[in-house]
Design a binder for this molecule. Structure first.
Ligand SMILES: Nc1nc2c(ncn2[C@@H]2O[C@H](COP(=O)(O)OP(=O)(O)OP(=O)(O)O)[C@@H](O)[C@H]2O)c(=O)[nH]1
Ligand SMILES: [Zn+2]
Ligand SMILES: [Zn+2]
Ligand SMILES: [Zn+2]
Length: 254
């Protein structure tokens, strides 16, 4: 769970969406998560901070195992993060169709297997992780998803995180690189409002540029503010809908 916002991992469900017969796997775990209670404010704060450190330490341990597993098989893992609806799945569908190399996908959403079904229809293997009340993926969810997905050695693995610009930035999943997708309909002020996400990113993809004529969005401000929190970060403007500039994204993926 995420101690910052109190979301839980306990009801996370992993579903392999793979052809006509998607097997359902349940991997509940029995241990209890401590949680802070309202009461003496100072005590609660100390408690929350200790809990957060413990949660993140446990997460980082699992992320290290994921990273070793992935690199041992020559699998490049990319963690795709954004607000809900920025266009992560649309960009992935196009990427799978265009890239010409095996891609497998771990889809994170609170509910439904919609996105994994879209990825599957685009021609890639996909596993859906439903986080229930949780607002981000953590390393243990990815560990379980990898066991179901079994991505092939040398492939590209993309993790589509739960749409949320806040706590996904805190959780190392064992990925090689983190990407933030921001769309022009969200406003150009996001890097300074959600600095942790932009600071953590290896790349910012600016999506829905086909809509620039219709919205107030200053791409230069986006670049300037993203670099204020992350001085060397690269910003790639694309349209997942029309395919404009997506070649730059494919080149970056390698
Ligand atoms: N005009 C335009 N629309 C886009 C573009 N990319 C995605 N969309 C639309 O934006 C909406 C959301 O796209 P998704 O790909 O589902 O977004 P997402 O980030 O995967 O959403 P969540 O998984 O819910 O967080 C859909 O209606 C897409 O068709 C784009 O480049 N241009
Ligand atoms: Zn949280
Ligand atoms: Zn999606
Ligand atoms: Zn969260």
């Amino acid at each position: 769970m995420c101690a910052t916002c109190g979301c839980g991992e306990d009801e996370a469900r992993v579903t392999l969406v793979d052809g006509a017969d998607p097997p359902e796997h349940e991997h509940p775990h029995g241990h209890e998560h401590p949680h802070p209670h309202p009461g003496a404010v100072l005590d609660a704060r100390t408690h929350t901070l200790e809990l957060e450190v413990a949660v993140l330490a446990r997460n980082d341990e699992t992320a290290g195992r994921n990273r070793a597993w992935l690199t041992g098989r020559g699998i490049t893992a990319v963690n795709l993060m954004s607000s809900p609806g920025a266009g992560k799945t649309t960009l992935l569908e196009r990427t799978i169709r265009d890239l010409g190399r095996p891609v497998s996908v771990i889809e994170g959403d609170q509910e439904t297997v919609f996105d994994a079904a879209r990825i599957r229809a685009a021609g890639a293997r996909a596993v859906q992780v439903n986080t229930g009340a949780g607002c981000h993926l953590d390393a243990s969810m990815v560990e379980r998803a990898l066991a179901a997905l079994r991505p092939e050695p040398g492939s590209l693995l993309v993790v589509e995180n739960v749409g949320n610009l806040v706590c996904p930035a805190l959780f190392d999943l064992g990925e090689a690189r983190k990407v933030v997708v921001i769309s022009v309909t969200e406003g150009d002020d996001k890097p300074l409002k959600y600095p942790h996400m932009f600071a953590a990113a290896d790349l910012v993809v600016l999506n829905k540029t086909d809509l620039l004529p219709y919205v107030e969005f200053d791409p230069e401000r986006l670049v300037r503010d993203a670099r204020q929190v992350n001085p060397d970060v690269q910003v790639l403007p694309v349209s997942a809908r029309t395919g404009a500039n997506v070649q730059d994204w494919y080149d970056w993926l390698g």
